[in-house]
Design a protein. Structure first.
Length: 227
């Protein structure tokens, strides 16, 4: 198995969410023969998509010469692609959203209607063996009224993907919160092991790892004290 972890945080290796994603990958690697590749998107040169649609008519070649062509090759060579990012304005950080926009060469101009009535572009490459995961953390004390936009967008882009949302994620960069964060990281490792079996997680597992680590009111007091 090959796994690509796309770190979309502007903070790079200091990302709160990256703690969760790396624990998840450790769980995968402990349960299966896994080769990991990590790309820090904010370190890459990725121009904005101009909407010229040349890629949809020429077999999937983007006329923009930057790092995106190599990233797409790496992505297509992997079995699991993990999007790891903090919640920014109820969505992805800008550089990672830009990366997603530049995956346009993977699909063609023609479109088809699925059994649910949704239209989508047909693929120019075979992505049937690929599995997509979203791991998103946020600084709010709960999941309600926070992750819905990012979850919906990712699910539309990658149907049948696995989506993990974790509130209170800044706690992972505070050593004094280790009593609460260490058990959650162990749960993420266990979830990675579970995921390696059939590329899915049970609702029970998702409920467990997507819940607040401490009571909402206590976390809000803690977060407000950092001002």
């Amino acid at each position: 198995m090959k796994t690509l972890l796309l770190n979309g945080s502007p903070r790079g290796v200091r990302s709160d969410t990256l703690h969760l994603s790396m624990a998840f990958v450790q769980g995968i690697s402990a349960a299966a023969d896994n080769e990991l590749f990590v790309e820090h998107i904010y370190e890459k040169h990725i121009e904005y998509c101009t909407g010229c649609f040349a890629c949809k008519h020429n077999g999937g070649t983007c006329p923009i010469e930057d790092d995106m062509a190599d990233l797409l090759k790496r992505m297509l060579d992997c079995d699991v692609v993990i999007y790891s990012f903090p919640l920014y304005s109820y969505g992805m950080p800008a550089a990672l959203k830009n990366f997603v926009d530049r995956t346009m060469p993977l699909s063609s101009w023609s479109m088809v209607r699925d059994e649910k009535g949704k239209y989508g572009h047909t693929m120019q490459v075979d992505t049937s063996k690929m599995h997509f995961v979203m791991i998103c953390g946020c600084g709010f004390p709960n999941s309600k009224f926070n992750f819905e936009g990012a979850v919906r967008s990712f699910a539309l882009k990658y149907p049948d993907s696995t989506i993990i949302t974790v509130p209170e994620s800044p706690m992972f960069n505070f050593p004094q919160a280790n009593a609460f964060t260490a058990p959650r990281l162990e749960q993420m490792k266990a979830a990675g092991g579970e995921y390696s079996n059939d590329f899915t997680l049970t609702e029970q597992t998702l409920s467990q790892i997507c819940s607040p680590m401490i009571p909402e009111e206590i976390y809000a007091q803690f977060a407000n004290s950092l001002r």
